[in-house]
Design a protein around this ligand. Structure first.
Ligand code: UDP
Ligand code: MG
Length: 134
């Protein structure tokens, strides 16, 4: 069994997609073992997205993720990291396959509905950063 970190981002929460997204997550065979609706602090957001600190979109990324409520979740299942990344679809929703969460629910590249860890190392790091919230 593997765990991964999922965030339903402010665009998807505002648009009321929480239940539809979580139905698709559970239908894919993943279990939602922790879930919390919260406003992230700027400090946590900057730490969470540290790998992107030097990118031109970093400040926009941090401003967006703290702009409204998010739902932080831990998902568990076989190959949870890759399986959930596949369900999410490509980072840019214009490139996401039919039926993926980003194709169905994202507004744009910067407002793309969901986050998912991209490796075992990032999953462990991201779950640790968020563990105090649950
Ligand atoms: N992002 C952006 N502009 C870009 C690339 C990424 O606004 O040119 C945002 C996008 O919302 C993405 C997040 O930054 O989800 C983190 O980027 P990453 O490359 O890690 O994509 P992800 O792992 O979320 O698919
Ligand atoms: Mg990423």
């Amino acid at each position: 069994m593997e765990t991964t970190l999922c965030i339903i981002k402010p665009d998807a929460v505002k648009n009321g997609f929480e239940n539809e997204i979580n139905q698709k997550i559970t239908a894919s065979g993943l279990e939602i073992i922790k879930s919390k609706k919260i406003n992230l602090s700027e400090e946590i957001a900057k730490n969470f997205y540290n790998e992107h600190a030097s990118k031109p979109f970093f400040s926009e990324l941090v401003e967006f993720i703290i702009s409204g409520e998010v739902i932080v979740q831990v998902l568990e299942g076989e190959n949870a990291i890759k399986s959930y990344r596949a369900l999410m679809g490509a980072t840019n929703p214009e490139e996401a396959e039919e039926g993926t969460l980003r194709k169905l629910f994202a507004e744009s590249l910067s407002r793309n509905a969901v986050h998912g860890s991209d490796s075992q190392e990032s999953a462990a790091r991201e779950i640790a950063i968020m563990s105090d919230l649950f």
